[in-house]
Design a protein around this ligand. Structure first.
Ligand SMILES: C[S@@+](CC[C@H](N)C(=O)[O-])C[C@H]1O[C@@H](n2cnc3c(N)ncnc32)[C@H](O)[C@@H]1O
Length: 313
């Protein structure tokens, strides 16, 4: 009897949890909804519902981890990206909302093939090969495939979807997500350094349009050191060498070698590329592009807050 009374005394509800916040109300809500296996909306509209002591104890453990910079997505194991849910773990970077722009852009390019300029007409006859370099959780390639399947099913059927990561645990997560989204057979995953897993010959290259999404590690060691919020994410997903451009430099070299097989260097028609960068790198990556692809008309694109975050050509 006394035990029952004690339990009753210990019972609290979510409104009470919010009265002494250590983390933001939004984050408390996400964690509690995750523990209660209900949606955040349901939790917020039933915030007087009692929370069992065992659940409250687990909540406090997660809250303590959050205070030690664990991303919320690692605590719940899920991150929403482009309106889809992706499993995540400390083996992969948690996909960021600004990266959704890459999905939008690629889907637009592919959907609009064959409309507009002569160059675009040329690309319409080519087979689209979409490559996600540094796929991590697989968020980019999976979102592109899902969107194309919905919006341009004929092109989707013709297209190839390839994804690469150097990290074996990241690839495992990406494959898991592809299976979850029923794309396990459509997307091919490769382990390796950038484009090295592919053997593309002259025929492949002249009959295909390579559309490359590259969100490669681009931070400098100094930037990583002064950002506690990313301290729990894989170093391998963040560190881009002394100027942050180590991987983009290597990718451009690999691409130039690959396209040497063709008589002319690629322009629109055989190669489209979109890379995520840090805003401080815009000028330098433009110069790199000019060096490796002198004929490409490259553009720097800003995110919604006006920061220069993407290179596109
Ligand atoms: C910034 S994360 C991007 C993850 C994911 N594409 C996203 O947008 O959420 C970079 C990814 O590149 C991978 N990576 C690092 N070096 C690589 C290399 N040399 N070749 C292929 N992938 C690499 C990392 O393991 C990591 O998953």
């Amino acid at each position: 009897m006394s035990i029952v009374i004690k339990e009753k005394e210990n019972k609290i509800n979510f409104s009470q949890v919010l009265r002494s916040p250590l983390i933001s109300r939004q984050e408390s809500g996400i964690l509690m909804a995750f523990l209660l296996k209900i949606s955040l909306e349901v939790l917020l509209t039933h915030s007087e519902t009692e929370i069992r002591p065992a659940v409250y104890k687990r909540f406090k453990l997660l809250e303590a981890k959050r205070l030690k910079n664990w991303p919320i997505a690692y605590l719940t194991g899920v991150k929403e990206f482009y309106g889809f849910d992706f499993k995540v773990s400390p083996a992969v970077l948690t996909p960021r909302p600004e990266t959704e722009y890459m999905v939008e852009e690629i889907v637009e390019i592919i959907k609009n093939r064959g409309t507009g300029s002569k160059e675009h007409d040329k690309s319409a006859s080519l087979k689209p090969i979409i490559i996600d370099l540094g796929t991590g959780s697989g968020a980019i390639i999976i979102s592109v495939a899902k969107e194309l399947k919905r919006l341009a099913p004929t092109i989707y059927r013709r297209a190839e979807f390839l994804a690469v990561d150097i990290s074996v645990p990241a690839l495992k997560m990406a494959k898991n997500n592809a299976a979850q989204h029923k794309l396990a057979r459509k997307i091919k995953f490769y382990q390796g350094n950038l484009l090295s897993p592919f053997k593309l010959n002259k025929r492949d290259l002249s009959q295909s349009e390579l559309i490359i999404a590259a969100n490669l590690p681009y931070l400098t060691p100094a930037q990583i050191k002064k950002s506690p919020s990313i301290s729990r994410e894989p170093f391998l997903a963040l560190d881009g060498g002394s100027d942050g451009l180590k991987y983009y430099r290597e990718l451009f070299k690999q691409l130039r070698e690959l396209f040497k097989q063709l008589s002319e260097l690629p322009t629109v028609g055989n190669l489209r590329i979109i890379c995520e960068i840090d805003e401080s790198q815009a000028k330098k990556i433009k110069t790199l592009t000019k060096k490796y692809f002198p004929h490409a008309a490259s553009e720097i694109i800003c995110d919604l807050s006006g920061k220069k975050r993407f290179l596109f050509f």
